[in-house]
Ligand binder design. Sequence first.
Ligand code: SF4
Ligand code: SF4
Length: 70
Amino acid sequence: MANQKAKVLEEKCKACGLCIHFCPAKCIAYNEKKFNSKGVHPALVEKEKCIGCRQCYLVCPEIAIEIFEE
Ligand code: SF4
Ligand code: SF4
């Protein structure tokens, strides 16, 4: 069965931190190595730890999170 995982669309992220706060697996952090065109460090999902719960997807005000199957 395919696993669901979350992925951040980096250019849409405004680094509000909501997804980081609500992720029960604590697998989202800012990517300190990158700036997007909004001038912020976009959120990044540590895929191996993601349990596909969709919390981040539901709370993101920018619709910057995608859920995909792998
Ligand atoms: S789907 Fe759930 S576990 Fe995965 S990054 Fe989003 S909040 Fe975290
Ligand atoms: S909730 Fe959305 S806009 Fe806010 S940090 Fe997460 S991905 Fe970025």
